[in-house]
Design a binder for this molecule. Structure first.
Ligand code: ATP
Ligand code: MG
Ligand code: FE
Length: 343
């Protein structure tokens, strides 16, 4: 069986084709991605209306590319999956509309996928795939959660952020440092030249004893430091502040992951979402987990942020387990707000 997957929840148009064998792990045959980052950069963030229009422009040519890359045609596709939510309503409607229309035209079933389930299962696309059960640290632009995952569809939220997400904390702090959108990777790069101890920044909820997070106060603290540095901070001061910001976010993520591992008794950690690409986070998690006999799994770097492969993969893993509601009547609805625990 082959699954064609569409991702369009925000500012990336992703299309991918996954092969689902009778037995064994699903395999990625081809994928295509178009990022809208450069288009939104001038506005300092994603402009929803522009995002929807660009998805419309990209999705069909990208689909042709993916099928050509796999040397297959639409007739070789058995199920069409799409991101059903959460995300921007207009952007979601484009991917879902194209997927369901294509499925109806081909007489094939369609399947809506939860975007965060896509992120969560993306490490299964890497050569060192995890095994269930595990603790998952989901750190993306819109979410920061620790979960106990016993299998596909069995997600128990252990803790989450009470305000900003980790990716948001990176992006908002980066903006204050005058870095382009999305600031996470830019801030990480600047931090390489900086001394994290040059500034003292808060680690909210670090000692709460629960796997919960709060990042809104960090952004305020960064703003205070930026104001203190005045109109023209030196490159070194900016790098130091970037390093201190990253260190604060990473320390909290690592401590809370260890807490969730300890209370759950599990010896496996899966990291997913865009912030999972951060090398300081990877280094510190790796060393902390190695000391405790915990194995850590990540998605490939290119699959940390949004992509179609993770959506096709999540659909494939659901289908292998006889889960997922296949639809054949050409109907669909998107879910801009949608809890993973309810998926
Ligand atoms: P969600 O999945 O919650 O709806 P999203 O799709 O916008 O949100 P992702 O695509 O998973 O989020 O990740 C994007 C986020 O990851 C951005 O906030 C970005 O700054 C951050 N990010 C990407 N690479 C890095 C990095 N190397 N260091 C820190 N942050 C990073
Ligand atoms: Mg994005
Ligand atoms: Fe995402």
């Amino acid at each position: 069986m082959r699954v064609l997957g569409f991702e369009s929840s925000c500012d990336e148009t992703g299309v991918a084709l996954v092969e689902v064998p009778e037995q064994g792990a699903p395999r990625l045959l081809a994928q295509g991605l178009h990022s809208q980052i450069s288009m939104h950069q001038a506005y300092g963030g994603v402009v929803p209306e522009l995002a929807s229009r660009d998805h419309i422009r990209r999705v069909i040519p990208l689909t042709r590319e993916v099928l050509a890359g796999a040397q297959l045609g639409l007739a070789d596709v058995d199920v069409i999956a799409y991101t059903q939510g959460p995300g921007l309503a207009g952007a979601l409607l484009v991917g879902a509309g194209v997927a369901v229309a294509l499925a109806a035209a081909l007489g094939k079933p369609s399947l809506g996928v939860h975007h965060l389930e896509g992120h969560l299962l993306s490490p299964f696309l890497s050569t060192d795939a995890p095994e269930f059960p595990f603790v998952a640290l989901l750190v993306s632009g819109g979410h920061t959660q620790l979960m106990r995952v016993d299998d596909v569809g069995s997600y128990e939220i252990l803790g989450e952020t009470i305000d900003d997400a980790a990716g948001e904390a990176f992006d908002k702090s980066a903006k204050l440092l005058g870095l382009p959108y999305p600031g996470g990777p830019h801030l990480a790069k600047l931090a390489l030249q900086g001394d994290p101890k040059a500034f003292e920044l808060p680690r909210p909820l670090l000692h709460s004893g629960k796997p919960d997070f709060s990042f809104a106060g960090l952004k305020t603290a960064v703003l205070t430091q930026v104001k203190r540095l005045g109109e023209s901070p030196t490159e070194q001061q900016r790098a130091d502040l970037a390093a201190a910001t990253q260190a604060a976010i990473v320390e909290v993520l690592v401590k809370k992951s260890l807490l969730a591992l300890k209370t759950s008794g599990l010896k496996r950690l899966v990291v997913a979402g865009g912030v999972g690409a951060n090398s300081a986070l990877r280094e510190q998690l790796n060393s902390a987990c190695a000391k405790r006999g915990v194995r850590v799994h990540y998605p490939e770097l290119s699959l940390c942020t949004d992509n179609g492969a993770m959506i096709a993969m999540a659909a494939a893993m659901r289908l292998q387990r006889g889960m997922g509601q296949l639809r054949r009547d050409g109907s669909f609805e998107v879910r801009p707000r949608w809890d993973l625990a309810a998926a």
